[in-house]
Ligand binder design. Sequence first.
Ligand code: MD6
Ligand code: FE
Length: 220
Amino acid sequence: MNLSLFADEDQAPAAPAPLVPGSSASLLLRAFALPYLDELLPALHAIVLAAPLRHMATPGGLRMSVAMSNCGAQGWITDGRGYRYARLDPASGRPWPPMPPVFLRLAQQAALAAGYPGFTPDACLVNRYAPGARMALHQDRDECDFTAPIVSVSLGLPATFLFGGAERADKAARIPLLHGDVVVWGGPDRLRFHGVAPLKEGEHALLGAQRINLTFRKAG
Ligand code: MD6
Ligand code: FE
C-alpha cells in the first residue's frame, strides 16, 4: 500500500502543458519532482556541503542576488572574466560534486515526458533565492549544443517565472512556479529571454525561507 503523501515515481504524473499558449517547445510539468524528493533533498544537502552556495560576480562586477553551486562534470560560473562552464569549483580548486543518480533520473524522466528522449545532462546549476533575490532577463547561451533541452526544477517558495521572446525587449509572460514543478524547454524556444521576479517573503514547510532551482543542461 502506498502510504506516502505524494505519488510514486512510476505513477503517471499530470500531462505536460505548454508554459505559455502557443509555444509547445516549453513545457510545464506540474509537481513532477515530488516523488523524487525523499531521495533528492538529502543529496542536495550533501552537494551544498561539498560545494557551498556563493554569490558570484557578473562580468560587470555586480554581486548576483542568487547564490549558486553546481554538481556534475561541468559547472556554470561567472566572474570578471565572463560567463562560462568550468570543470573545477573556483572556490576549492576541486571538481564539482558528481551528479547524484536521483538528479539524473529526474532530469531524464522529465525530458522524456516532455518529448526529449536521450537527454544526457553533464551540468546541474543549483540556484538559491532568498526573499528579494531575482534573476534578470537572460538567454542561456554558454552551452556548446543548443539542440539539447534544459530541465529546470523548482523547490521551496513559489516564484514568478518571466518568459519572454527572442529579443530582450519582448514582453515577458509571468508564470507561477511552485514546489515540485519542472519546466522543460528546447527546440525553437531554447534561446528565449527569461528570468525570475524578486522572490516574495514566505516560509516553506520543507525548505524554509528560500527557493531552490536546479537547472540541468548539456554543457559540453
Ligand atoms: C530559475 N532558471 O528558475 C532560473 N533557464 O531560477 C533559468 O534561468 C532557466 O528555469 C533556462 C531554462 C529554464 C530555466
Ligand atoms: Fe536561464
